[in-house]
Design a protein around this ligand. Structure first.
Ligand code: NDP
Length: 449
């Protein structure tokens, strides 16, 4: 009756994962994509960003090596070569994604999709029908409408800069701003971070925010707080950013990292009456259905958690429900996340602030210490580890870390916390020595402050 069982719009992380899972169960699936296969994560986000993070990290490693007897003369960084090798890897990954779709029997329809009915999508003028439609079109950087905004770059361009700027002003204090400030400043760009509020990384644990901001400042990143840009002007060389305080920052490059908005403008959703929020986000229920039940949406386009693994988990759970009779609810309360700034952040579960709002009594366990490696390098950096515990049930509600390998360590702790582990069970776990992570099972006394 329909051309396909499932028609997905958008070949990013969510779209590809859901389409492949549906096809595994025998569904006839097509995926509509106008650009490259892979989406934000693979082409303009997580993957290229992490490769640049690795690239930048060698600067610290080279400096730290001295403490262990190494002499490394003449170390220089070539930004162009890093971008070139990064781009080669992205082409490889794109090929793998295309191959995975082909191997799963998912048809790729090249073009832009516009939803024209409950079971109908127009792809570049041609009508394609499907029993179910999945919208997984992701998001793009948000730019406020201020004079001179056409001069600025976003993370899209920052990942492909032809050269490392001498000076950069980054607007925003979220994931992207802190990550790029860390990458670019470590590689040698004089970096200024402009915050409209007091502190970076709203929504993260207060101790984590303070620890990271302190270390970023100590690494040479210049902060401006409680200010917003009002205009950007092009100069003979570089740009001038005028702030609400009246201060004018002269710089070679201005980057905005002020959040991301859903890609729904060209989907024709208004015409068929699909509800969206003010910023274009598609409204879905906990089964990822829009109010037209054959049309679903997952990931960034719903603007709930703009994280790749969430989009993937949502899309797979939808495919499981539709094509494997396996309905289950996703757990977002123990969602781990990392910020690949320097130092790195890993976090899972509740922050202290959120736990205080939700529980009558909580206990906080906190450790702040110098990593063993830096006893020889002399580098002034401290690891922060923190557990948030419900005093009544002894359940660990949240774990937070700032320091090397935080993402790797927190991913493992997320399993324990998802299983409902208690502080007593953390205490019963024997430490792995010598490691930084052992501190998570050896913190005995609750913080008294
Ligand atoms: P975030 O929502 O993380 O941060 C946005 C920042 O911009 C905040 O500091 C906010 O300030 C500030 N801001 C918003 N509007 C304005 C404005 N008009 N003027 C000045 N400042 C403004 O967004 P990002 O763009 O950093 O990242 C988008 C999303 O992508 C993230 O939320 C995250 O989910 C995802 N992501 C995840 C990564 C990871 O998992 N490691 C890496 C990169 C992105 P305030 O705090 O005051 O509101």
């Amino acid at each position: 009756m329909y051309d396909y069982d499932l028609l997905t719009i958008g070949a990013g992380s969510g779209g590809v994962a859901g389409s492949r899972r549906a096809a595994e169960y025998g569904a006839r699936v097509a995926i509509v994509e106008a650009g490259r296969v892979g989406g934000t994560c693979v082409l303009r986000g997580c993957v290229p960003k992490k490769l640049l993070v690795y690239g930048a990290r060698f600067r610290d490693e080279i400096e730290d090596a001295r403490g262990f007897g190494w002499t490394i003369d003449g170390a220089r960084h070539d930004w162009g070569r890093l971008i070139e090798t990064k781009n080669r890897e992205l082409v490889r990954l794109e090929g793998i994604y295309e191959q995975m779709l082909a191997n799963s029997g998912v048809t790729v329809l090249r073009g832009r999709g516009r939803v024209t009915g409950p079971h109908e999508v127009e792809v570049d003028g041609r009508t394609v029908t499907a029993e179910n439609i999945l919208i997984a079109t992701g998001s793009h950087p948000y730019l406020p409408k201020i004079p001179g905004i056409e001069h600025v770059i976003t993370s899209d361009e920052a990942l492909d800069l032809p050269a490392l700027p001498g000076r950069i002003v980054i607007i925003g204090g979220g994931y992207i701003a802190t990550e790029f400030a860390s990458i670019l400043s470590t590689l040698g760009a004089a970096t200024t971070l402009v915050l409209r509020s007091e502190q970076i990384l709203r929504g993260f644990d207060g101790d984590v925010r303070e620890a990271v901001a302190g270390e970023m400042a100590a690494r040479g990143i210049d902060f401006r707080r409680h200010v917003e840009p009002v205009r950007i002007d092009r100069l003979a060389e570089g740009f001038a950013v005028t702030l609400t305080s009246g201060e004018v920052l002269e710089t070679d490059l201005v980057m905005f990292a002020t959040g991301r908005v859903p890609n729904t403008a060209a989907l024709g959703l208004d015409a068929i009456g699909i509800h969206t929020r003010d910023n274009g986000a598609i409204v879905v229920n906990d089964r990822f259905e829009t109010h037209i039940r054959s049309i679903h949406a997952v990931g960034d386009v719903t603007d709930r958690f703009q994280l790749t693994p969430v989009a993937i988990a949502e899309a797979r759970s939808l495919a499981e429900r539709l094509y494997n009779d396996n309905g289950y609810k996703l757990r977002y309360d123990t969602l781990p996340t990392a910020v690949f700034c320097t130092p790195q952040i890993g976090t899972v579960g509740l922050t202290e602030e959120a736990a205080r709002r939700m529980y009558a009594s909580i206990r906080i366990f906190r450790a702040r210490f110098r990593p063993m490696k830096h006893t020889l390098t002399g580098r002034e950096t401290r690891i922060l580890m923190k557990l948030v515990v419900d005093a009544a049930s002894d359940r660990v509600l949240g774990a937070h870390m700032v320091g090397d390998d935080a993402a790797e360590i927190i991913q493992s702790l997320a399993v324990a916390i998802t299983c409902g582990a208690t502080k007593k069970q953390f205490d019963e776990t024997i430490a792995l020595h010598p490691s930084a992570a052992e501190e998570f099972v050896t913190m005995r006394a609750p913080a008294t402050d």
